[in-house]
Structures are given as C-alpha cells and as structure tokens.
Write a protein that binds this ligand. Structure first.
Ligand code: ADP
Length: 625
C-alpha cells in the first residue's frame, strides 16, 4: 500500500494544539503513559496467544525497552507486545473520535489552566499524545504477530500524520520521540532510571535500558532492568511505602491527587484472592464523562485477564479503582465463564464489604476528608440504597444529610437522627428539592418544627429514588414530608371546622380543576396553603426532575391543603359566607393556589395572570370614598 497523509480528527487537532503550544512542568508523565501503553500491548498479546499461538512467533521474552540516542536526540520506547495493523494505527492514533478527547478538552477548559493538562491527560485515555509535550516529531514503527512487513506512522503533531509500509523484523511497537531542544534531559540515563522507578516500578514486565561500560579499552553493553516488577498487591502491606501505593494508584486511576483510602487485603480459604483497592479523595475530573461502569483489574496469578472486570464491583461503587488477583480461577477464563462462576460473586461480596467498612472507618476518623469525598461521590454511593438490598443499611450509614436542625453546611447521619428522635415521632422525614436554602424555609416543615421533629433536606436527584428505596432505617419508615401520608402527629381538623368549610372547599375545587382535591390540614402553622402529593403519586420535585430529563411528568394531580387557622383562609371563608358568587372568591382561590405552587418550588403556569391578580389585590386596598 502507498504512503498516505491523513488529517487528525478535529478534536485531536485541538488537543495536539494545546499540547504542542504550552509549556508544562510535569511533562515527564509522558514516559509513564508510553510505558503503560507498551505494558498493555504485552498483556494483550499474552492474552491473545492463549487462543492463537502463531501470533506469538516464539517471541515471548516480554520486555519494554528504553533507548536514548544522544547523537540523534531521540528516545525510543519499544515493546514486543501486540503491535498494530495499518488500519489500527490510522484509527487508534489519529482518526477515531474518542469520547475522551472532547472530555479532556472540556476539562482543561473548565479548569481554565492549560498547565493542568498533564494531570488530566491520562484520565481521558489520550495518553499517547502526551509524547508531543517533549517531542516535535513522533515515529511509530509497529507490526502485529503472524503478518509480515509493518507500518510506520509519523507526525509532528501539527494536524496531519503519515502512514506507510515499513519493514519491522520483530513483532511489537517502537515509539521514537524526536526530542524538543528543551527536552534533552530525557536522554540522560540517570533521569530515565529515576523516572521509571518513580512511575513504573511495579509494571509487571521488565523495563530495560542498555548500559555501556568501558574497561581496559573494551566497551561492553549490558542490559539493565530498571523496575522492581514485584506486583505491589502481592507484597505484604507493611513492605509497601505510602509513595509506592500513591504511584500505583495513579496508574490505575490516572487521578492526580492521592486517594482517600487504600485497602490492601488478602482473603484466604475457598476463593483465595488478594486485592488492592483505592477510593478517590474527590470525584475525579473525568467521572461525569466516563461511562457509568464499574470494574477492577482482574489478574489470575499475576496474569492480567481483564482490564475492567465488571463482575467484581457493583455499579454504585464505580469510583473504586484497583486490582484483584485470584488464585483459583483458570488462566484461560473467558468472559462467559466469568459471568457464571460463583467465585466472582464471593469475591465481589468481600470487596463490597471491605470498601463499605473502609469508608465507615474514614467517616469516623477523618470526618472532614470524608465530607469532601461525600460531597462529590455521595450521590453515586447512595444508588446502593436502591441497588444493593443486602447492604442498603450499611450504605445508609455512610450518608450525610443536611437537616432542618443542622446549621447551614453541617450534616447529620441517619444514626444521629434516629438517636435523637422524640418518642412519639412515627417516621424519619425528608424533603427533596433543588437547594437546601429553599428547603429550610419551606412551609412543609412548619408542623414538623412545631412538634420538634427533624427533617432531612435532600437535594441530590438520586434522593428521589434512594430514600424510598431504603424504605426504613432501624425500624423507622422513611417518609417524604410533602406527601399526604406524612402526618406529623398534629391531629385531625375538628369536625365542626370541617363542616364550616365544606361549601368553600367545594367551590374552590370547582374553580381549580388543576388540583385533585381540596382539604383542610393541620400540617401548617402560619402558611395558608400547600400542595401535597397523594399516596402513591409523584412528588413535585420528581415531576420537575422528569421534565428536566425530557420525560412525560403528567402524573396524578396534587392535593391543595388549606390551613383553617390562617387569617388569609379565614378571610376567604368570610367573603364566601357573605356572598358565594363574590368574584373575589375566585381571585383569592387562584392566589392561594399559585402561592402553594411557588412554595413547593415549582413555577406558576401563568406568571402574567399571577402578577395581574396580585396588582388587583393591591389596587383594591386603596381607601374608598
Ligand atoms: P489509551 O491507551 O488510554 O487507550 P492512548 O492514546 O494512549 O489511549 O492510545 C491509543 C491506543 O493506541 C491504545 O488504546 C492502543 O490500542 C494503541 N496503542 C498505543 N500504544 C501502543 C503500543 N505500544 N502497542 C500497541 N498498541 C498501542
């Protein structure tokens, strides 16, 4: 096939522009990214060769080699991994629109700091391009197993790349960086040795460099292995330094910050396995762009079987990163077999328990750090209340809530809430909405406050599902405070009052077809009217969320509840009693309804009509005569 010149995908051009036109202080991470790609490539051929031995070409002395060439000012990272075909090179290194590319650009933009790019680049699966932080030209020479020839890819990172047929004797990939004038430090063997130690010490394949020594006038070249290679998760926790954990965490998570919690444990017995897991300190920058999928790296006796084994971790713990190394699974285990095997279930159960217990430990011993974690990732963790029936109370114990009784910005837990619950309080109450500040002033809290009952104030969309999913906690049911069934022990409206209001309520129902029913209530102390969701119906907040998500939210109508002790409601009744046909009855009914709509956090459907009614009311206050 002839040589051809191709354009990078549009977003990649932007990414390359950003990379080639900025100066970075920690650009050294390019080496970690390229060694990590090389190591992945070796793992891939190892795994593929279980099915297709011919692809091995008997070349299985696994190695990643680093070759600085001081004269040519190049640095080459070679591997005898899986290699790439011509089509793959074109796709993988230039034309495939990776979702990560755009997300990376957005993230750099959001940080408003181009120097943040090196910390982010690995997170979005665009690590290869970090080469252009130190090189003004990159050449990739590659060949896959069982196919003659090879391909050369070359680019200066300025918008185009070339591909042509080439001759590469050994299977694998050589990535050659033509170093920028200011990046010649990466030719220095000392510097390279230190970087490999720092970033890639635990890479399971040897990372080697040739060393030249001269004795008695003869030069000898020896190959020096730069990394320790001992799989960090197989070492005893007391032998691993915090720095080693931190570096390993970076390679599995691409998170620039140290983790909140490191969990390194062994489970013995029937399903022996070792695990090294990390919980991030904060929601990683790429989290919302990533597919909402969980997974851990699965090894069987140090052989990487799968990069992301979803069976090992439930989705609500998808922020957990790390490695599981199982002793008893067959090495050639396939995805189908994995799905069937009970061993994975057992490993997952163990992993979940360790993570939840680990989080509980952090919550109890480092509450501030935990609060930071929970602010970003709490909404994800909360999914466990609906999705993990067995552990839902454990997950509930990890949740932090603001409540009517907490100071702004402070939180409480369900255990603390239940610990302080008054003897006659029948349920745990919560109120959902967009902002805690709004919820604090909500009329729905009036009766609860009067009774000394606390109410959890919930603003994560997931709360609408998670809290009903939990159903009860320590024997107390959970109830939304804006629902008809939540009655904070305030008694019934006396029968004589009910009889007095019957006519007015009927008239209002007639005037307001948008409500399902009009009733008197004891849930209010000062506010004249609220809307509540009927038993089994959707809450107002849920309706708003559904609309935001573009869903049909036309559920059952809400119930208008009126407070017979409020002066406003009393006044409407007096006007109605004097003359049921008085046009002010309609004016007031509509105003009470609109007020209730605003108080529940929704929008009035006819703002102009609302404004007009309000001005009519003011106009009517002018002294007559
Ligand atoms: P990521 O590695 O996160 O997918 P990169 O931009 O670093 O993203 O690499 C893009 C793709 O190019 C890789 O997924 C891999 O398929 C291929 N690739 C990169 N380096 C190598 C290599 N040394 N050997 C084989 N394939 C490679």
């Amino acid at each position: 096939m002839p040589a051809e010149q191709r354009e990078f995908k549009a977003e990649l051009k932007q990414l390359l522009h950003l990379i080639t036109h900025s100066l970075y202080s920690d650009r050294e991470i390019f080496l970690r990214e390229l060694i990590s790609n090389a190591s992945d490539a070796v793992n891939k051929i190892k795994f593929d060769s279980l099915q297709n031995e011919a692809a091995l070409e008997d070349n299985k002395d696994w190695k990643i080699k680093i070759t600085p060439d001081a004269a040519a000012k190049t640095l080459t990272i070679s591997d005898n991994g899986v290699g790439m075909t011509r089509e793959q090179v074109v796709e993988l290194l230039g034309t495939v629109a990776k979702s990560g590319t755009k997300a990376f650009l957005d993230a750099v933009k959001a940080k408003n700091d181009p120097t943040a790019a090196p910390g982010l680049i690995g997170q979005f699966g665009v690590g290869f391009y970090s080469a252009f932080m130190v090189a003004d030209k990159v050449t990739v020479l590659t060949r896959t197993g069982g196919q003659p020839g090879g391909v050369r890819w070359e680019s200066d990172g300025q918008g185009t790349f070339t591909v042509e047929d080439a001759d590469k004797p050994a299977r694998g990939t050589d990535v050659t960086l033509h170093l920028k004038a200011d990046a010649e430090e990466f030719l220095d063997p000392y510097r390279l040795r230190a970087l490999v130690k720092k970033f890639s010490d635990f890479i399971e394949h040897p990372v080697a460099m040739d060393q030249e020594t001269e004795a008695d006038g003869t030069k000898t070249v020896t190959e020096e292995v730069l990394n320790n290679r001992k799989a960090i998760w197989l070492r005893q926790p007391r032998e691993v330094t915090p720095d080693e954990y931190a570096e390993f965490y970076k390679t599995v998570s691409h998170d620039a910050e140290p983790p909140l919690k490191t969990l390194h444990f062994t489970v013995e017995g029937g399903n022996e396995f070792r695990a090294l897991l990390f919980v991030p300190a904060k929601k990683p920058f790429s989290f919302d762009w990533d597919e909402p999928k969980a997974g851990l790296r699965l090894y069987v006796q140090r052989v990487l079987i799968m990069d992301r084994c979803e069976e090992l971790l439930p989705v609500y713990l998808r922020f957990v990163k790390g490695v599981v190394d199982a002793a008893d699974l067959p090495l050639n285990v396939s995805r189908e077999i994995l799905q069937q095997t009970r061993q994975l279930d057992n490993i997952r159960k163990n992993v979940v328990r360790n993570v939840l217990d680990g989080l509980a430990g952090v919550k109890n011993t480092q509450p501030e750090k935990y609060a930071d974690f929970f602010r970003g990732l709490g909404p994800v963790l909360k999914e466990g209340m609906t999705r993990d029936f067995e552990n839902r109370e454990k997950v509930a114990d990890l949740c932090l809530f603001e409540s009517a009784n907490t100071d702004a910005g402070k939180t409480t837990t369900l255990a603390e809430y239940v610990g302080k619950i008054p003897a006659d309080q029948p349920a745990i109450y919560y109120l959902t909405g967009d902002a805690v500040g709004q919820l604090r002033n909500s009329p729905y809290l009036e009766a609860f406050r009067a009774k000394g009952y606390d109410v959890l104030l919930c603003t994560d969309p997931v709360d609408e599902f998670a809290l009903p999913g939990l159903r009860e906690y320590k024997g107390k049911p959970l109830q939304a405070a804006d629902r008809a069934e939540a009655k904070p022990n305030t008694g019934d409206v006396p029968d004589d009052v009910k009889a007095n209001y019957a006519g007015l309520l009927g008239a209002i129902q007639h005037l307001l077809p948008e409500v399902g029913d009009v009733r008197l209530t004891t849930r209010l102390t000062t506010t004249p009217a609220v809307l509540v969701a009927d038993v089994g119906a959707m809450s107002a907040h849920m309706e708003r969320l559904m609309r935001r998500w573009g869903e049909d939210a036309s559920g059952p109508k809400r119930i208008l509840e009126l407070n017979p002790n409020s002066d406003a409601v009393k006044a409407v009744k007096a006007v109605f009693a004097a003359n049921p046909a008085d046009p002010r009855v309609e004016l007031y009914a509509k105003l009470l309804y609109d007020q209730a709509v605003i108080a529940e956090g929704s929008r009035v459907s006819d703002p102009a009509g609302f404004a007009r009614r309000l001005s009519d009311l003011i106009a009517a206050a002018a002294p007559t005569g």
